[in-house]
Design a protein around this ligand. Structure first.
Ligand code: FAD
Length: 323
C-alpha cells in the first residue's frame, strides 16, 4: 500500500469536508471489507482515508414518518437483528442473512454493500471495469461463468450488492451528502451500467457520502430468494427480490428484481406485468419465473443462470405469498 493520511471525523459535516473532487483525493472507509482489499491489490490508492464508523448520525435503524430509515453505517448484524426490518421487509432480512460470514456481518455496512466494487475477476486483476483489451471486451471469449445474462455490453460484470435488488423492489431512496449540499436518488437509479471505463457502476460522485436509506412503509408481501453454490464466503449466483401489493388474494402490482445477473439490479418487467390481477400459486409463480428469464442473453459459460432465474423468482413469489 502507498503512504496515506487517515482521518477519523465524528460528524458528517467534517467527513465531507475531508473528501475531495477526485476519487484519488480521499476514500470513504466504512467496514473496510472491500476497500482494504482493493487498496492491497493497488486497484485504488487514495491519498486519504476518511473513517465514517465513528459518525453517530450515520448509524441506526428506526421508523421515521412513513418510512424506515437505515443509516448507511448500520452493519449487516444491525440489519439482521432489527425487528422492524424483519416485520416489514423480509426481502431485506433474507438478503442480509444470505451473507453468512460472521466477520463480514460484523464489519460490513449497508452503505458499503451498495457501494462495493464489482467482483468481476477481469476488473479485480487490473483489466478495468469494462475489461477491454485491444478495443475488445475480454469477457465474451473468457471465463464468464459468473457474468451477466441481461444488459451485457459494454459492461458484463454483475452488480455485487445483495441489498440492492431488495431495496429496488421496495422503492427505497438513498440520501447522498457532499460539502455542497445533498441529493436524494431512487435505489433503482443509483445503480448504472457504465458506458466508459471511467464511469462508476453507482451514481456516487467524488466528495459524496451515502448517508442513509429510506424504505417507504407500504404494505407489501415481500421476500428474497437467493441461489448460492455454497453457504459461506461467497456471493449468490442469482437472486430474486419480490414485493407484491395485493388486492385481496390477487396481485395489484408486482415488483420483481433480479440480482447477480446484470451490471445493475435487473427489473423483470414482463414477469411484473404477467402477475397483475393474478393470485400466486405454483402455476402462476412458475410462469412468472419463465417470463422473468425471457430475453436473457447468456454468454458462453453462464447459460445455467437462466434456469436459476426461473427457480429464484418462483420460490421468492411463493415465499412472499406465505409471508
Ligand atoms: C468472502 C466475502 C463474501 C461476501 N459475500 C457477499 C454477499 O453474499 N453479498 C453481498 O452483497 N456482499 C458480499 N460481500 C461483500 C461485502 O458485503 C462488502 O464487502 C461489504 O458490504 C462492504 O461494506 P463495508 O462497510 O466493509 O465497505 P468498505 O469496504 O469500507 O467500502 C466499500 C466501498 O464503498 C465505499 N463506501 C462505503 N460506505 C460508503 C458510504 N456511506 N458512502 C460512500 N461510499 C461508501 C468505499 O469508499 C468503498 O469504495 C462479501 C465479501 C467477502 C469478502
Amino acid at each position: 500500500m502507498n503512504a496515506l493520511e487517515y482521518a477519523n471525523p465524528t460528524t458528517l459535516k467534517d467527513a465531507v469536508a475531508l473528501l475531495g473532487p477526485s476519487w484519488n483525493d480521499a476514500a470513504v472507509l466504512a467496514g473496510g471489507t472491500d476497500l482494504i482489499s482493493m487498496m492491497k491489490d493497488l486497484l485504488v490508492s487514495p491519498r486519504r482515508l476518511v473513517n465514517i464508523k465513528n459518525i453517530a448520525e450515520l448509524g441506526g435503524i428506526a421508523r421515521k414518518g412513513g418510512a424506515l430509515r437505515i443509516g448507511a453505517a448500520a452493519t449487516f448484524d444491525d440489519l439482521a437483528s432489527s425487528a422492524a426490518v424483519r416485520a416489514e421487509f423480509p426481502a431485506l432480512t433474507e438478503a442480509v442473512l444470505g451473507v453468512t460470514s460472521p466477520q463480514i456481518r460484523n464489519m460490513g455496512t449497508a452503505g458499503g454493500d451498495l457501494c462495493q466494487r464489482p467482483r468481476c475477476w477481469f476488473y479485480r486483476t487490473g483489466n478495468g471495469l469494462l475489461a477491454i483489451k485491444d478495443g475488445k471486451s475480454l469477457v465474451p471469449e473468457g471465463d464468464n461463468r459468473y457474468h451477466a445474462i441481461f444488459g451485457g455490453g459494454p459492461a458484463y460484470f454483475v452488480s455485487a450488492s445483495s441489498l440492492g435488488p431488495a431495496l429496488v423492489a421496495l422503492n427505497a431512496k438513498l440520501r447522498l451528502v457532499s460539502a455542497a449540499g445533498e441529493r436524494t436518488v431512487e435505489a433503482a437509479r443509483f445503480f448504472v451500467s457504465p458506458q466508459t471505463p471511467e464511469q462508476r457502476e453507482v451514481d456516487l460522485r467524488p466528495g459524496e457520502i451515502l448517508a442513509d436509506i429510506t424504505v417507504p412503509l407500504v404494505k407489501t408481501r415481500n421476500f428474497t430468494y437467493e441461489v448460492r453454490q455454497k453457504e459461506a464466503l461467497d456471493w449468490p449466483l442469482t437472486a430474486a427480490s419480490v414485493a407484491l401489493t395485493m388486492d385481496g388474494s390477487r396481485v395489484k402490482s408486482a415488483k420483481i428484481v433480479l440480482g447477480h445477473v446484470a451490471p445493475t439490479p435487473w427489473s423483470a418487467a414482463k414477469a411484473e406485468a404477467f402477475l397483475t390481477g393474478k393470485s400466486i400459486d405454483e402455476t402462476t409463480a412458475a410462469a412468472a419465473g419463465d417470463a422473468a428469464a425471457d430475453g436473457a442473453q447468456p454468454l458462453s459459460g453462464n447459460a445455467y443462470k437462466v434456469q436459476l432465474v426461473k427457480v429464484a423468482v418462483k420460490r421468492a413469489l411463493l415465499a412472499a405469498a406465505r409471508a
